[in-house]
Write a protein that binds this ligand. Structure first.
Ligand SMILES: Nc1ncnc2c1ncn2[C@@H]1O[C@H](COP(=O)(O)OP(=O)(O)O)[C@@H](O)[C@H]1O
Ligand SMILES: [Mg+2]
Length: 324
């Protein structure tokens, strides 16, 4: 097996500002070149925090990242200065749910993509402008030349999202972090953007971590799915395995609550209860208070992550084992 592009071991993230919040707890994952991982979970499970920590976006004074993160041969947590700048946007880049986070309202779309290209490669203004325009065309923005000179607010939501993808891909990153990039869009535009992302990913042989709370979107774009709950990855495996035979009760609950081919005609069924407060996480398995299978050990001891036929699972009582 070739070396994975991304290797994360026991990564943790604690916000330390007002009160301590353990947003990410001992997560481990690997990603091969050209592989797409769907990171799935309810709101507040730590998905965005994970991506932002991978990009080193949090100031060290307010957020402590622990564990080991190797991406493209680099020890991410020790990057400094110029190497960190090259890493951000060069090796790894990010698209957000809200393009406002990526674009500065006072510069045109074209100026911002040109700036990004020139920050990471020694190319002339004219070459950078040509590359930027080609990228806007590649993400299927109609009248790309006109949009090049437009300000972010002059574009529709779907077009801004395409422009943000163009910005993120303009330096040909090896890893794209996509944080719910289609959640704010209409259903039809969502599908178009998902298909576009998948196409670009294949064309550039790029690895992607795609964050979503929508299992349908994850199935559409991902090769593998990691399910996150209360800052932990509770189950991780190939899309088909996760969808057809979920082992973690939380994964099974998410599947049952989504409208999909697997449960056509059945009533929507949300996972009862709500996620724990991460400034005061429960002892034991964080899902136990919402789990119909929970037994004494679940409430006192967190289950270890175990490897199980090509997937990983953190549960004391997966299906076919009976609580004692
Ligand atoms: N900057 C921050 N400071 C303190 N707590 C934060 C910060 N950002 C996120 N959190 C907390 O971390 C947890 C995970 O949040 P987040 O990663 O945004 O969840 P998700 O993206 O899965 O919805 C939540 O409990 C949230 O309140
Ligand atoms: Mg989020």
């Amino acid at each position: 097996m070739s070396t994975p592009l991304v290797s994360i071991k026991d990564m943790g993230l604690r916000f330390t500002a007002k009160r301590t919040v353990s947003a990410v707890n001992q997560i481990s994952l690997e990603l091969a070149h050209g592989e797409v991982l769907g990171l799935l979970g309810e709101s507040g499970s730590g998905k965005s925090a994970t991506l932002r920590a991978l990009l080193r976006l949090y100031p060290e004074s307010r957020a402590k990242v622990s564990g080991q993160i190797r991406i493209d041969g680099q020890d991410v947590l020790s990057l400094k200065g110029r190497a960190l700048e090259q890493y951000r946007g060069g090796t790894v880049s990010m698209v957000f749910q809200e393009p406002g986070l990526a674009f500065d309202p006072v510069y045109t779309i074209g100026q911002q993509i040109v700036q990004a290209i020139q920050a990471h490669a020694a190319v002339s203004q004219q070459d950078a402008a040509e590359q930027a325009l080609a990228m806007l065309e590649r993400v299927q923005i109609p009248q790309a030349r006109r949009r090049f000179d437009a300000y972010p607010h002059e574009l529709s939501g779907g077009m801004r999202q395409r422009a943000m993808i163009a910005l993120a891909l303009s330096c040909k990153p090896k890893l794209l972090l996509a944080d719910e990039p289609t959640t704010a869009l209409d259903a039809t535009v969502q599908i178009q953007i998902l298909l576009l992302l998948r196409e670009l990913q294949k064309e550039m042989n790029m690895s992607v971590i795609f964050v979503t709370h929508d299992i349908g979107a994850a199935v559409e774009v991902a090769d593998r799915i990691a399910v996150m709950y209360a800052g932990r990855i509770v189950e991780q495996g190939a899309v088909a395995d996760i969808v057809h035979r979920p082992l973690h009760p939380y994964t099974a609950g998410l599947l049952a609550s989504s409208v999909g081919a697997a449960n056509k005609g059945q009533p929507l069924q949300a996972v009862p209860g709500s996620p724990p407060d991460m400034s005061n996480p429960p002892v034991g398995c964080a899902f136990a208070p919402r789990c119909s299978r929970a037994s004494d050990i679940c409430r006192t001891e967190a289950p270890p992550v175990e490897q199980l036929g090509g997937r990983s699972l953190a549960c004391w009582f997966p299906p076919h084992s009976e609580p004692t």
